[in-house]
Design a protein around this ligand. Structure first.
Ligand code: SF4
Length: 306
């Protein structure tokens, strides 16, 4: 085979995967487990060319391509690399990659435009939270205003922008600020997509250790639903698709999923999405059953392959 990215966004499940860098150049986020055992490195053009040739033999026809790992914009030769991939896969309708907001902010507009013109279409950016205090807890290494600037620069360069919001990141104490300030950043940065996933603390992560010391409390299911409601209510974006395309967003009772998240285009589907959350809130408030979230299921030995 060839050097394969270990992670990709859920909506890139059907994409051809090609690795440009290995690991994460930041690698300090307290909730993240993804690249902890990988020393960050950029791959050489020669190595990438070989992988692209092998991938071309494996994938007979591709609709979309995802480039790993976590922050390919650090690769100085990215415009040339994207060009090579485009030439090898002329049928691909979309090429996407993860990107750190801080790196987008640091990169010159000319570089961003060159990458875009070469054929990279979409950047998946981990906003996680728009609340400065919560970003500090998460050790994202970036401030809300820098994320806004990064989003606007990416849009100006012509990219589609997808922001990931980490529901539950405010914990029991700061869920309201997390909701309101995340909506504020999104309203200012105007991404094309918002993707919700829920903070699920895996063993060994620094935030899990903080939780075990009693210095952080996860957001219980009812408060998390209220957080999602407040977040959606505060959004003023247009032509923006919101998805909850991750199993961590689900809630379960008596072994059945009782909430599967919300999805729709903003602002048209806002009311429908709020109604869905309201129904779930009513269920949690009135049921006798224990309502479990992704953290509980993870602790019980489920959802281990997150
Ligand atoms: S969340 Fe993203 S930026 Fe943070 S350590 Fe993980 S991969 Fe790196």
């Amino acid at each position: 085979m060839y050097d394969f990215p270990p992670y990709r966004p859920p909506n890139e499940a059907g994409s051809a995967l090609i690795r440009i860098t290995r690991g994460c150049p930041w690698n300090r986020c307290t909730f993240c487990f993804m690249y902890k055992d990988i020393r960050f490195e950029t791959k050489s053009l020669e190595e990438i060319r070989k992988d692209v040739n092998t991938a071309r033999q494996i994938y007979k026809s591709v609709e979309s391509i995802f480039l790993g790992d976590s922050d390919n914009l650090v690769h100085k030769e990215l415009p040339e690399i994207v060009k090579i991939i485009r030439e090898a896969f002329p049928e691909a309708k979309r090429i996407t990659a993860y990107a750190r907001a801080k790196t987008i902010k640091k990169r010159k507009m000319e570089f961003l435009s060159d990458v875009r013109k070469a054929g990279l279409d979409r950047l998946h950016i981990g906003l996680e939270s728009g609340d400065e205090v919560v970003l500090g807890w998460l050790c994202k290494g970036v401030k809300p205003e820098e994320i806004i600037e990064a989003g606007l620069r990416a849009r100006k360069a012509g990219f589609e922008v997808s922001f990931y919001v980490l529901s539950g990141a405010g914990g029991r104490k700061r869920w309201k600020e997390h909701a309101v300030n995340s909506a504020k950043v999104i309203n200012a940065a105007k991404p094309n997509f918002i993707r919700l996933r829920t903070l699920t603390l895996k063993k060994g992560t620094p935030l899990k250790k903080t939780l075990e010391r009693g210095e952080f409390e996860t957001t219980p299911p009812l408060k998390r639903l209220k957080e999602v409601r407040l977040f959606v209510k505060e959004l003023t974006v247009h032509k923006c698709y919101l998805a909850s395309d991750h199993v961590t967003n689900y809630l379960w009772a008596r072994g059945t999923a009782v909430y599967g998240g919300i999805a729709g285009v903003l602002p048209e589907d806002k009311e429908t999405m709020l109604q869905t959350v309201d129904k779930a809130i009513e269920f949690v408030e009135t049921t006798d059953a224990e309502v479990k979230d992704s953290n509980q299921l993870y602790e019980e030995g489920y959802l281990t392959a997150l």
